[in-house]
Design a protein around this ligand. Structure first.
Ligand code: ACO
Length: 326
């Protein structure tokens, strides 16, 4: 059987930071409100000329360096994003910037579950023996799609990119996973296209338009997360044949500190094992898990062999978990 290892990780964030205090000059809010309700104190914002592909490529290059894999040896690039530079996909641009000339590259859209869904996708190609080196990148610039007049949402998000290099190996470090979706609750978190009818000839019209800013029913999403995330982690642990007590780190999508605390409490995971990184970066959507992983690995917090229980959740609604060893 072909196993999977995480051979390297990397991340990249825009230089421009916006603190809660600065944000209170944009909308009626305060550092006190934002930090007590979310744990977020600052976020990075992509300047208008920075492309998502460039930041994603930077994160990808760092993962390749750590893994000591040449760009030309990458077989597949999966770019998990909901905010590509180009609706036809931005993975090709990332491939070009990295110089991964032998790779096939495509985008995967699953909002804040994108990294976990990408991990599971990548794993299938490796286990089948089709590809050996897969570069999985989670990157989002939700600052492009936030309504900067809506204090309920604009305080939450930040821009960033994170990557892992997954490799075929004799030893298997990806122990289990589970994924789920509930489209009946789609309306609670959307970034919808809104069409304006354009009449071409008598009976024939097409819908042209643009995307509307992010809409989120915060309380519904909160309730969904604290209920579904513990369930999916238990399911993934079951498939992995691991007990919750064996978990070294709980690495959740960095949406809100209160969600992290509630999930940990339900699973009886002590606070010391809960990785929290949102104070500095906010919710970076598909980037948040690999961005956080990279920071902890480079700080020496996460050590080789540590067992990580990870989960993503968000728009779709969608959610998923993976149990892996670093
Ligand atoms: N500053 C000051 N006041 C605010 C702000 C703000 N930024 N935002 C909302 N308020 C006010 C509201 O207007 C409301 O006042 P009102 O009662 O006079 O109308 C009051 O604060 C409470 O608002 P709620 O929306 O009920 O606040 P809540 O306690 O639910 O917290 C929050 C909001 C933080 C968004 C919470 O619901 C949450 O974390 N939900 C989960 C969201 C999430 O994690 N989403 C991301 C996952 S998916 C993805 O990543 C794409």
């Amino acid at each position: 059987d072909i196993g999977i290892v995480l051979q390297g990780c990397g991340s990249a964030t825009p230089e421009v930071a916006l603190s809660n205090d600065q944000l209170s000059q944009v909308v009626e809010t305060s550092d006190e409100w934002i930090s007590t309700r979310t744990g977020i104190r600052s976020r990075r914002l992509a300047s208008p000329h920075l492309t998502l592909a460039t930041l994603a490529a930077e994160a990808g290059r760092r993962a390749l360096e750590m893994a000591a894999v040449n760009p030309t040896d990458v077989d597949l690039i999966i770019l998990a994003t909901s905010s590509p530079d180009d609706l036809f996909g931005s993975a090709g641009q990332v491939q070009a910037e990295i110089g991964a000339c032998h790779a096939v590259a495509f985008d995967l859209t699953a909002a804040c579950s994108g990294f976990i869904f990408g991990l599971v996708n990548a794993a299938q190609f490796i286990r089948m023996g089709v590809y050996r080196n897969v570069l999985l990148i989670g990157a989002d610039f939700l600052s492009r799609w936030v309504d900067w007049r809506d204090r309920r949402t604009c305080v939450l998000f930040g821009d960033g990119a994170g990557a892992v290099l997954l490799q075929a190996a004799d030893r298997d470090r990806l122990h289990g996973f589970a994924m789920q979706s509930d489209g009946t609750k789609n309306c609670h978190l959307t970034l919808p296209f809104q069409a304006t009818p354009q009449i071409l000839v008598d009976q024939t019209a097409v819908g042209q338009g643009t995307y509307q800013p992010i809409y989120m029913n915060g309380q519904e999403v909160y309730r969904f997360a604290v209920r579904r995330v513990p369930e999916i982690l238990e399911k993934a642990l079951f498939h992995a044949k691991k007990e919750v007590g064996q978990v070294d780190w709980l690495l959740l999508h960095q949406a809100n500190q209160r969600i992290l605390d509630a999930v940990a409490q339900r699973l009886h995971i002590p606070a010391a094992k809960v990785i929290s990184h949102m104070a500095e970066y906010g919710n970076t959507s598909a980037a948040s898990i690999p961005l956080t992983l990279d920071a902890q690995v480079r700080q020496g917090q996460i050590q080789p062999g540590d067992l990580i229980a990870s989960a993503g959740f968000g728009a779709g609604l969608s959610w998923g978990a993976a149990i892996f060893e670093w």
